[in-house]
Structures are given as C-alpha cells and as structure tokens.
Design a binder for this molecule. Structure first.
Ligand code: KG4
Ligand code: ZN
Length: 329
C-alpha cells in the first residue's frame, strides 16, 4: 500500500511516498530555515506563505522520485496538528483538494505520532510495545507506545520543551536559528564547567523542566563579563541531556521496558544518542533512533503513521477536516 504523506506544521514543506508504512520511495523536504534565520526564529505568516509557494512542487517531486502517479497512491496522509495554525492549514487544504479530486481516502495524522513512526522507517525490526522519548521543539514527553496507534503519556515537561530551550540558549549565545544543532556543534569544543540547577519534583514523579536551566544560562550570560561560549553550550547540553536520560532510566526501572525509541528533532543531538546507547547497555534496554534527517520534520514519518492509522480504520477524515494548533497524543 502506497501512502502520500504531506507535512507543513512548522517551517518545512515536505511530501513523501511510503510503501506499507516502512519503505520510503521518496522523501522531499523544502526547508525554510534560511528565510527564518534572518528573524532568529520562525515567523508564522512567512512560513504559511512559503508553504503555499512550495507545496505543489514538493508533492510533484515526491511522486516523480517515487516513480508513481497520483492514481497509484492508495491514500493521502496529512499532518493536521499540532503546529502553527496557518502553516498546518496549507497542508490540510492541499491534501483535501487532492483527496477530493482523486477520490482517495484522506488520513488526518497527529504530528507526534509521525515523529514516533519515524523509527519504523529507520528500523524494520522495531514493533510496539516500547517506551518512546519524544523530544522536539514543542514537546518533551515519555510515551508508552502500546501499539502502532495507541499511546499514553507517562510524563512530560512542566514548562518549556527541550528543543525550545536549546533554541533560546542559542539565541542568547548569538548562534543562528535553529539553535539545537548549533549548540550541539559548539558544545564539542567546550567543557562542562558551569553548574546549572537540576529540577526537583516530589516523590517518584516523572516530569521534565527546562525553564529553570534556560533562565540560569541567560542570567549567567548577562551577569558574567567574559565567558567561553563553548563552555556554556557544553554545560547546557549536558544538563538538558542528563534530564532526558535520567527520566528515561527512571521509567525503564519502574516499568521494565526492554526497548526505548527516541523521536523528534532533539533526537538528532549527538550527546543524547551517545548517552542513551550507554544507558541501554547499563540498564539492559535496546535504544533506537531515527537517522538525524528523520528526527526533524519530514513527510515520510507522516505517511508511515498514516499507514498504521489507515490499517486500523483510524484517522480517516472528510473534507471538513480542520487544522489544530494544539493536539494531545
Ligand atoms: O521535531 P522538530 O523538527 O520540530 C518540532 O516538531 O518541534 O524539532 C525541532 C527542534 C528545534 O528546537 C531544534 O533546535 C532541535 O529540534 N534540534 C536539536 C538538534 N537538531 C534539531 N536540538 C539539539 N541538538 C540537535 N542536534
Ligand atoms: Zn516536529
């Protein structure tokens, strides 16, 4: 079964054709990073306008590279939330028009289900149940993946998302948008030498918090006359990643998971990948990561999640489908 996936929730216009949820026939990503970099972050209105300009060409290219016509596609899957409302509407409206004109089924996909499904493309052997650490620009959560289409949140952030904190700290250090990869690069040249606060939660709660560390870094930079940017990057990266690893390990110990997958843009972080592998060896679980390009926004993951929804008769939408800026798992 071939699914055409469409993604436009933030600043990437993407389309992909995926066969049987796992085999990528094409994956096209048109990134707007260079446009938004000038403003230090994504400008929603500019993102929407560029999705409108790009989407037709991106879908055409995805079909061409997959060597497949629109008629040969079995269904159209589109991200309908969470994300920037105007940006989402571009993909949703386009997908609805395609579905109407071709009389193909339309599948509404939750962006986070997509991030989780990126692991099915990267690892043919991965099957639920497992624990998934979802870490992106908008979300930080530990999720019990019960089946391909059933999820339950075990713990999440009490304030900022991890990726958001990476982007804010990068901004304070004068690094370009998006800050996550820049901090990751710079941290390799620095030492973990600045002590940053560790969030404390009562009892055995599994919760994340990034606003305290972010504020501590901002204050340090404002109140210190001369500092080494690479050391700040290394210290922040270490604190941010430690929290992700500590909570994952807590969850593994508490619930006995043998498999942990990582999903979302921060999953591309080199220290997180190293430390999760190490933790897996120590605490006896197998760690899975999508390749870095599948960690950040793409449409192959949307087509994959759409396939599993479609197989279980879920997510099938009508032409009244709307976009949702906020959407739980
Ligand atoms: O999943 P994603 O592409 O979009 C959302 O759904 O939010 O994640 C984007 C986030 C950004 O905050 C970006 O800075 C972060 O992922 N990111 C990273 C790295 N690569 C991307 N954060 C830390 N280290 C990286 N290597
Ligand atoms: Zn995303």
């Amino acid at each position: 079964m071939k699914i055409l996936g469409i993604e436009s929730s933030c600043d990437e216009t993407a389309a992909a054709v995926v066969e049987d949820g796992r085999r990528v026939l094409s994956s096209i990503i048109s990134s707007q990073i260079s446009i938004h970099r000038e403003y230090g972050g994504v400008v929603p209105e500019i993102a929407s306008r560029n999705h409108v300009l790009n989407i037709n060409g991106v879908v055409d290219q995805a079909l061409k590279e997959a060597n497949c016509t629109l008629n040969e596609v079995d269904a159209i899957a589109v991200t309908y939330g969470a994300g920037l409302i105007g940006a989402l509407l571009c993909g949703v409206s386009y997908a609805k028009a395609l579905a109407m004109s071709t009389k193909k089924p339309l599948i509404a996909v939750n962006h986070l289900h997509g991030h989780i499904a990126a692991n099915y493309i990267a690892h043919q052997d991965l099957t639920p149940p497992y624990l998934c650490l979802v870490v992106s620009g908008g979300h930080t959560a530990l999720v019990d993946v019960k089946s391909y289409t059933e999820f339950s949140v075990i713990g999440q952030t009490a304030d900022d998302a991890c990726g958001e904190a990476f982007d804010k700290v990068a901004r304070v250090l004068g690094l370009p948008y998006p800050g996550g990869p820049e901090i990751d690069k710079l941290a390799k040249e620095g030492k973990v030498s600045i002590s940053l606060p560790k969030p404390k939660f009562s009892g055995g709660e599994i919760k994340f918090s990034y606003s305290g560390i972010k504020t501590a870094v901002v204050n340090y930079c404002h109140n210190t006359k001369e500092f080494n940017k690479a050391d700040v990057a290394a210290s922040f990266r270490y604190s941010a990643v430690s929290q992700l690893i500590d909570n994952t390990v807590k969850c593994v110990k508490k619930y006995g998971y043998k498999t942990v997958a990582v999903a979302g843009g921060v999953g591309a972080n080199s220290l997180l990948r190293e430390e999760m592998e190490k933790a897996g060896k120590k605490y006896n679980f197998r760690a899975y990561f999508p390749t870095p390009i599948l960690c950040t926004d793409n449409a192959a993951m949307i087509a994959s999640a759409g396939y599993y929804d479609f197989m279980e008769n879920k997510g099938i939408a009508g032409l009244d489908l709307n976009a949702h800026a906020v959407l739980g798992l």
